[in-house]
Design a protein around this ligand. Structure first.
Ligand code: S3P
Length: 170
């Protein structure tokens, strides 16, 4: 691949997509587009409200629309929602338009980061978010592997170092 104009970050919640996206954008002088944020902006409501009122299917539909919009402008870091890889169409779009990086970490690290931020995630609601994340990992690992050009374990590195490794991999 020649020097890509779009970098997309994929992976489970807590993998560091939003944080690394900010560092990468600062490093390259690019903008960040976050599909969750775009879904909320386009819908005029929060993701938990969309899940509660419209269901996951409607959220996924909105997410694909947001992804297509996010992938239109060059010099963009796209931070995706964890379930973006579920649709074949989304994976094809990502592969076609972006250099795709899977940001992974062991589940306990993901959980610790999510606790620190305390944002509501409908798919992780309940008593045992670690078990939910394990289930999502089992369902999605092959999809992340399939879509990603490179995989980075973010558990041992600071976000700016992860960003630097991505720049090195371009
Ligand atoms: C989801 C992850 C969330 C958000 C939605 C669904 C998922 O994004 O898109 O709650 O299916 O894993 P983050 O990965 O930014 O938490």
């Amino acid at each position: 691949m020649s020097m890509p104009e779009i970098i997309a970050l994929v992976g489970l919640s807590g993998g560091g997509k939003s944080t690394v996206a900010r560092h990468l954008a600062a490093r390259l002088g690019w903008r960040v587009c976050d599909t969750d944020g775009l879904v909320e902006q386009m819908a005029g409501r929060t993701i938990p409200a969309i899940f509660a009122d419209e269901g996951e299917g409607a959220f996924r539909e909105r997410e694909t629309v947001a992804l297509m919009a996010a992938l239109t402008e060059p010099n963009t870091i796209v931070a995706t929602g964890g379930g973006i890889v579920l649709r074949d169409r989304n994976r094809a779009l990502l592969r076609e338009k972006a250099f795709v990086v899977w940001l992974d970490a062991p589940t306990d690290v993901l959980i610790a980061r999510l606790r620190a931020h305390d944002e509501e995630r409908p798919l992780l609601a309940g008593d045992d978010p670690a078990a939910r994340l394990e289930t999502l990992r089992a369902q999605r690992a092959a999809l992340y592997r399939d879509v990603a050009h490179v995989t980075i374990d973010t558990s041992e590195a600071a976000p700016e170092d992860v960003a630097e490794r991505i720049v090195g991999a371009l």
